[in-house]
Design a protein. Structure first.
Length: 428
């Protein structure tokens, strides 16, 4: 019996997803577990697998289409099976612009995006994203060779057309040679390089576009300022050295330096409510619980999962949950519901050898803490210069919500709590 494959809903906040790649085409045989298509939200990328065996009888959406969640994407069943009940429900389409409705109604729909005849108005099948790209590049999309389902022009067809610039120059030069020569007219054929420049154009993912918009919005709408301060990391390094054997035996989670810093931040935030907040125009929203966000580097781009109620969790619990969140981000299976709602963010680039940096606010949060690597410094003690392990913290904050003195006190509190971690742990 034929079954419909719907667009999954990844989290309560997601309304639609974009199909980025089809791994099967109509008529292909599929087995349970076979990859059908890849799709993405504005925060992550997912793969949809077949849950039944059969053949792909019908595909309703093309690559680059923005599909509403729970909408039927394709039909899987046996060859020759009646799927009319699935075809009665029309696929949602983008309405034509008012000024083009009359022309489209009068024009015959032709396959492959080709014109019916020279000079006649005809309807060309093209996706929204492909049309937007063509208009941006100033390309006549009617010349594109369609590769989408049912002769539809999709974004990759426009990209292919755009890359044919050198070929177009050669064609114009050939046309000029065929034309009869006249003394009044001279046709100049641009020189074509023997070898085209070497480069690769890659389409920006929906996730990367979202990151770009968020970063630009943050810098353009907030008053950002960064303070830096260093602390003696001797005590946290000694603590981790002592508990490492317990982690290796499986009696504790693998507690890292980052886990320790996240634990301390979750406790210190309770004493500095201006940083456990969102700046919402002329209102500041102060949170009672610490919903601590952590920047995670993934192959798809930066993701910021949230550990909710971090201030109520033990160091061991926090370490386990942070690793689970990071793992889900790396695999691309994290729920979008866990990628929003943070009240403060920590970004650790110390693992890459970065000593200090200026993190960008995760707006509308009022603060973000950047963590650097451990470096050896020297200081005077008892008349002698002695080395010690040092770490630098960089606090970026929204000066509209917090004054410089308040930011300095918050950063100082974090540093002292880390330098006296045993006491911090015992009292929290």
């Amino acid at each position: 019996m034929a079954e419909a494959v719907i667009m999954p809903r990844q989290g309560q906040t997601v309304e639609s997803c974009i199909i980025t790649k089809w791994h099967k085409k109509e008529g292909d045989e599929v087995k349970a577990g076979d990859l059908l298509f890849t799709y993405e939200t504005d925060k992550s990328t997912f793969d949809e697998e077949a849950k039944v065996e059969g053949y792909v009888l019908k595909i309703f959406y093309d690559e680059d289409d923005d599909v509403p969640c729970l909408e039927t994407v394709c039909i899987i069943g046996q060859k020759g099976e009646d799927i009319s009940k699935f075809l009665k429900k029309e696929r949602k389409a983008i309405p034509a612009a008012p000024e083009k409705e009359q022309a489209q109604a009068a024009a015959p729909a032709v396959e492959g995006g080709q014109r019916a005849d020279e000079g006649a108005t005809s309807y060309i099948k093209i996706s929204r994203r492909a049309k937007n790209l063509a208009e941006k590049l100033g390309i006549d999309y009617s010349k594109a060779i369609p590769t989408g389902a049912e002769g539809r022009i999709i974004e990759r067809d426009i990209e292919a057309l755009a890359s044919d610039g050198v070929l177009a120059l050669r064609e114009r030069a050939a046309d000029a040679k065929e034309a009869p020569a006249t003394p009044e007219k001279f046709v100049y054929a641009p020189a074509v390089p023997a070898q085209a420049p070497s480069y690769v154009d890659e389409k920006i993912s929906n996730m990367r576009k979202t990151i770009a918009r968020a970063m630009m919005n943050s810098l353009q709408t907030t008053a950002q300022l960064t303070h830096t301060a260093s602390f003696d990391a001797t005590e946290i390094l000694e603590f981790r050295k002592k508990i490492k054997p317990l982690s290796e035996k499986g009696e504790l989670n693998n507690i890292t330096i980052n886990d320790i810093i996240m634990f301390v931040v979750s406790r210190v935030l309770k004493r500095h409510r201006a940083f456990n907040a969102h700046m919402l125009g002329d209102t500041i929203r102060y949170y009672s619980d610490v919903n601590l966000a952590m920047a995670v580097d993934t192959p798809r781009g930066l993701m910021v999962p949230v550990c909710f109620n971090a201030d109520k969790k033990s160091l061991n619990q926090l370490a386990g949950e942070l690793k689970a969140l990071a793992s889900e981000c790396q695999k691309g299976t994290i729920s979008p519901d866990l990628l929003s709602g943070g009240s403060f963010t920590v970004s650790n680039l110390g693992i890459y050898g970065t000593e200090s940096f200026t993190p960008i606010l995760n707006a509308p949060q009022t603060g973000i803490l950047g963590v650097g690597c451990v470096v050896t410094r020297v200081r005077e003690a008892e008349g002698q210069l002695k080395p010690y392990p040092c770490m630098t913290l960089s606090l970026t904050y929204d000066h509209r919500a917090v004054d410089g003195a308040g930011a300095a006190k918050f950063l100082q509190d974090i540093c002292k709590s880390l330098e006296n971690f045993t006491v911090t742990l015992a009292t929290n």
